[in-house]
Structures are given as C-alpha cells and as structure tokens.
Ligand binder design. Sequence first.
Ligand SMILES: Nc1ncnc2c1ncn2[C@@H]1O[C@H](COP(=O)(O)OP(=O)(O)OP(=O)(O)O)[C@@H](O)[C@H]1O
Length: 471
Amino acid sequence: MGDGSRNSSGNNNNNRRPAWLQQYDLVGKIGEGTYGLVFLARSKLQSNRGIRIAIKKFKQSKDGDGVSPTAIREIMLLRELSHENVVKLVNVHINHLDMSLYLAFDYAEHDLYEIIRHHREKLTHNINQYTVKSLLWQLLNGLNYLHNNWIIHRDLKPSNILVMGDGEEQGVVKIADFGLARIYQAPLKPLSDNGVVVTIWYRAPELLLGARHYTSAVDMWAVGCIFAELLTLKPLFQGVEVKVAPNPFQLDQLDKIFKVLGHPTPEKWPTLVNLPHWHTNKQHIQGHKYENMGLHNVVHLPHKSPAYDLLSKMLEYDPRRRISAAQALEHEYFRMDPLPGRNALVPSQPGEKVISYPARPVDTSTDFDGTNTAQTSQVSSGIAVSGSVTAGAVAAVRPLPPSMQMVSMQRMQNTNMASLNFGAQASMAGTNPNLPLHRGPQQAHQQVRRKEPSTGFQNTGYQPPQPKRRF
Ligand SMILES: Nc1ncnc2c1ncn2[C@@H]1O[C@H](COP(=O)(O)OP(=O)(O)OP(=O)(O)O)[C@@H](O)[C@H]1O
C-alpha cells in the first residue's frame, strides 16, 4: 500500500479517491487523536514532488452532524497563519456529502512526546540544557505569535509540539493542533467510542475548577508542565481522569497539583472564589489543606536558579499573574549560557554525541478510508520499503489496540468532494530573525540509530500510562 494504490481486496483504490487526494501518495497512518486519524503522505505535484505532508482526517461524529459553518470559518482563519514555530496548514478539504474534514499540514518527523520518551526509556539520561532551552524558546515564540493573533491553543501537550527532522529546518519546533479547540466547539464531536483518552495533565487549574472564560494563560500553564517534563522526563502532574463527559472538574488532577504547589488561596488567587467548582465541590477542594512540598524538589532545580524562577512563574495559580509568552521570551533564563538556538537537536558542546531520535513509526497497513490492507510496508525514516508483512510486524513497533480497524468512510464520492484547495503551499515560513543562535551544520548521518550508554540517570519508576495511539 506504500503507494496508496491498493485496498484490502487488492483492487486499485485510487479511482475511488477524491480528486484532491490523488495529488498525494499515501504512506500510512501515523497517529490517532480524539477527533480522527493522522496520515503521512507524499506530494505527487510537480512543484512539491516527494514532499511529506501530514493529513489529519476528522472522522464523522456518531451523530453525523459533521463540520459546522463556524468550524469552517475558523479553519479558514487558521490558513492565514504563518510563523516558523507554527505548523503550516497547507490544504483544507471538506467532503460535503458527510461534512467530514481533511487538513493537510507540513510534516514533522519528531514530537516532544517521542523525544522525552526516547530519553526516558532508551537513553536513560536527561535532555541536555541547550536542547531544553531551545525547544522551550521556540515553543514560546510560536505561542506568542498565536496569542498575538488571538488564538488560544487550549490543548498544548508534548505530542502537539512537533520538531523537524533532517533538512533545512532540522531541530525547529512547530506547534500543531492550534486553534482546533475552537473548531471542536464549533462543533466537531470527540469520538467517544474510539478509546482515545484526552489527557488532563497539562490542564490549567482555572479550567479544572470550571472557569467559563479562560485566557491565553491556560497555554502558559501547559508550557510550564511541558518545561518540567523536559527537565525530569516525567509528567509533572499525572492525574487520573474521571470520564464523565463533559467534565472539567477533575479532582485527582487538582490533588496532584495542590500536592506540589500547595493549596491555592483567595489571597494568592483572588478570583478563585468565583470559580464554580471552588464552591460546588467545597468538601473536596477546600476540605483538605495541602502543604507546599516545593516545586524545586520535584524538578530538582535550585530555588534561586533562573530556570526555576521562569518555571514557577508559568505555574502561577492566578492566571492574571501567570507569565505571558512575550514576557517569558524576555526572561533571564534565555539570556544566559547555553543560549537557545534554531536547531534544538544539535550537540550542545564540542565532542558531544549527536542524538539520533527515532523516525515516526508509520502503520502502512491502514488505508485512507480506515480499512486494513492485506499487503503492508514497513516504513523507516518516512521512506516506504515495500514488502509483505503481517499486521503483527507493525504492532511490534508500538502496540496496536484491537479497535485499530477503522470505521470506513464509504460515503465519500469524487463528485461530492468539494475541495477548499488553495494550492499546495508546502513551502516553509521564513527563518526566525529573533532566534539568538543558529548552531551547527546539518548532520546527514543523524538518522543512524544507536543506544547511548547510561549516564547514571535514575529511572524513577515512571510507568507511561499513555493513552494515545501513535499510529
Ligand atoms: N504535522 C504533523 N507532522 C507529523 N506528525 C504529526 C503532525 N500532526 C500531528 N502529528 C502526530 O500525529 C499523532 C496524532 O496527532 P493528533 O493531533 O491527532 O492526536 P493527539 O495530539 O495525540 O491527540 P488529540 O487529538 O486527542 O489532542 C501525534 O503523534 C502527533 O505528533
């Protein structure tokens, strides 16, 4: 199926594909989120031949109400955005028959979820300071751009922070999934039965306490959680979600936060008393008084270090006092050695080994319509190697839950596919003039995989409860 030309019965599938989809060669599925599937494809267009594209397909909700006009308007606004640290939305396609939606983005080989996991499970040593700082700086830079454009991400988490692989943009951070929260509310319904769990670990306390009006400060809370995770390789607040939808109130998550940061008080956070769950869940929330165990003890940073100062300002309870992305970019932490750079993945010091992060696993056995193909290819570094393997071979890379056989979108027809196609614009945004340093040459050999010797990293016994299907 590497060329996307075969379906499960061995028939030619391309003819059934909508016209716009035929401008891509499907490589395979790379992920599944709350709202749909993500595929890797290559452009067949003369101008962009071979360029890799991530196509996010939003599955039809069970109620069958598809994409609303408001959602479409929101998406059209997203197409206007252009920033080096924000993933480029290159195409939008809507199937008017069932109002299902396809968004095509520039492809990024890595994401923070995988980078952190690689350090925790394979390398067993921390991410070097230069890389942490460069990733954080670029994340803030992209976020500052989004916030300046009145876009609140609302679902920032490591898997949404992409990092470019080999090429001119190697090591550049790209924020993905931005603005989708508003589209989802507009509405696109989460697929309640696909077994994918929405993570609450990065959710700001005001959202957990039921705030109806939230600000860009919710993203800064998430950045604080991600910063801590980059430092320790462990999620900072790992609450267990209670699945009663919709349920912003998550007691266990609040409990995890309060244990580290201490109990919030109206003195520290005056508008706390206005939040719905502060009162409705008084017994749980106000009944137990938590001591402040000290964030610095959890992230192992000296109390007076600039890194700790910045982190604690991101994890300020009161959203109005929480540091903004623009302020964070000016923080002393980014002015001291090692300075952040554009390529976050190059070695921080002369003689230091280049870390070869694994390429994204691709499930080449799933076709665009969600059907499972008999013939599969195993992909390495995004390049399809044809061969006949079983689905089990794919599962060996990452476990495949039983429900991976996708719902097919049989109703999609060529004639009914209206494509909001404004031309493939796979070109990258310009370089970022603000970034202090551009380190190191491109390292063509970086894809060589190797296991680095242990450097004394203490495995904390963290059991990744990750709910996500990654392909
Ligand atoms: N442009 C892209 N290039 C490469 N991989 C991508 C791209 N966009 C998303 N992905 C990857 O696809 C996978 C699924 O992404 P998706 O956004 O659907 O789900 P999620 O972020 O894991 O969860 P949710 O949708 O529930 O927030 C993730 O591993 C993500 O890193």
